[in-house]
Design a protein around this ligand. Sequence first.
Ligand SMILES: O=C(O)C(=O)C[C@]1(C(=O)O)C=C[C@@H](O)C=C1
Length: 287
Amino acid sequence: MEGAKIGYLGPRGSFSEEALLSFLQRGNGDFRGVSAEGFATIAQAIHACGEKRVDWAFVPLENSTEGQVSMTLDCVAEREELLIYEEFVHPVSQCLLTLRPLGFEQIRRVYSHPQGFGQCRDFLETHLSQADQTVCRSTAEAARIVAESDQAWAAIAPRRAADLYGLQCLEQGVQDNKDNTTRFILVGHCLRELSGLDKTSLFMRIEDSPGSLCRMLQEFASRGINLTKIESRPAKGRLGEYVFFVDVDGYVFAPEMQEALWALKKNRVAIRLLGSYPRQMDIDESR
Ligand SMILES: O=C(O)C(=O)C[C@]1(C(=O)O)C=C[C@@H](O)C=C1
């Protein structure tokens, strides 16, 4: 992978960068010698990968408190040439950062990414209900804005952003759920080979008819294939039409998986493979 480039949501100091550095350090020998490029939005990072301006995109997919990152789901589904190659679960500790020491009651405005606000909802309601909230494209952008002003403003962002932008950390771990974690995915242009402990991610569009979702799930259940996630998103057509993001245990070319996928296709379910890759939980347990 020498010379390969990975796109992520920047600028430097974002959770995406923190998670990417940790992913690269964890002995993913495959990725030795790669460089990273920060993009202003998740969509830009994914489209840059689709257009081969970077080789990979490392993007957040879901958070244990706030749920799905819809920009990632939508863009990955849209770019048919991209496949998920790996997943990475990263702990997320949100911090309240300011330029100079302030009491909570002095803070007039808080900047963060929508995920940052969502993950700290109770903390903000309890301690900073007087402050306005301004949404930014990343928590690191929020930290940068606060660092460039002498107003009584704060950012909800990673500790690393305080060090990079010269901010004080008024309080660490301000997220409502102490076990707050975000699942990131690395997307690229190739299908991962079988590891033996795999999961498969699928994007599906089913008919709007009684029992169609139930029949779709039954094709997996009847073959002993474990469903680990199902997420719906609007189909972006008429109100009430949905598409589904489904994760199941097993590799895409396993015989029972192929049988299930053929049965679904016969039943007019439109399916796109989003990737087949090692399950991180199993990798962690086997270390
Ligand atoms: O804003 C950032 O720092 C990001 O990297 C984005 C993001 C996300 O979209 O989920 C990543 C991890 C955390 O859950 C909070 C924000």
